[in-house]
Design a binder for this molecule. Structure first.
Ligand code: 45D
Length: 207
């Protein structure tokens, strides 16, 4: 009894709702706690608008993913400023270094390398990409899109039209709040490329 009073006090001190106060007083309630956690997780993963959109995005063909991402960039316009303060985990130099490697390639290679990133082909660029933080990945894609604007990176063909599925997705993305959009883009770019810490040895490339 003394024990649980102490527990309540400690919880309150740390700003947590003590279990006894929400009606969960002893170990026999552990099952209910697990059930609650499970329900919360399930609600999150099935009703989180971003996670459904991520899945839809990934189910598009690679060129449609690239094209859609381009239109997203166009929509975002000036709302993104890479110099934004509080860009804690972003490494501008790392993003720039990888961008410069792509910039030096031919237009055809630039397109191929972006397709490879999307599909997770094992090559040096993909591995360097996979070693970057999610925010740095975002910045890298942002730099590529800027490069397309100035034609240092292969530009979009003029009058390119999105397929209806991708266009539908674009409209859903437009309807998200800014923070939700950023979360979505992070979730999209995060698994692209190859994570060098977990990738299996590839005999054909020796990577
Ligand atoms: O010929 O916290 C097709 C930071 C086929 C700051 C093609 C940030 C036909 C820190 C495939 C269509 C700024 C990093 C050609 C946050 C054909 C921070 C080619 C936020 C040529 C939050 C298509 C950053 C191609 C954000 C090559 C929000 C398409 C960044 C390429 C957002 C498309 C970045 C590209 C976005 C799209 C980048 C490169 C939305 C890039 C989009």
């Amino acid at each position: 009894m003394k024990h649980s009073k102490l527990a309540v006090k400690l919880c309150l001190q740390r700003g947590y709702e003590p279990l006894p106060l929400v009606g969960l007083s002893d170990r026999s309630h552990l099952g209910s706690v697990r059930k609650m956690i499970y329900q919360i997780l399930m609600t999150y993963t099935t009703s989180n608008p971003s996670s459904k959109l991520v899945q839809s995005f990934r189910s598009l063909e690679v060129d449609q993913q690239l094209a859609l991402f381009w239109f997203v960039y166009k929509e975002m316009g000036n709302s993104v400023t890479p110099a934004a303060p509080g860009a804690g985990t972003v490494s501008t130099e790392v993003a720039e270094g990888l961008f410069n490697q792509v910039k030096d390639m031919s237009h055809e290679q630039q397109l191929q390398i972006q397709r490879d990133l999307v599909t997770g082909q094992n090559n040096l660029i993909s591995r360097e990409y996979g070693a970057m933080s999610d925010t740095t990945k975002l910045l890298f894609w942002y730099r590529l899109a800027q490069g397309m604007d100035s034609a240092t990176i292969i530009p979009m063909p003029p009058n390119y039209q999105l397929a209806s599925e991708a266009d539908n997705l674009l409209n859903q993305i437009k309807g998200l709040k800014f923070e939700q959009q950023i979360t979505l883009f992070r979730d999209i770019v995060s698994p692209m490329g190859v994570d060098p810490t977990t990738a299996e040895y590839d005999e054909s490339t020796g990577l």
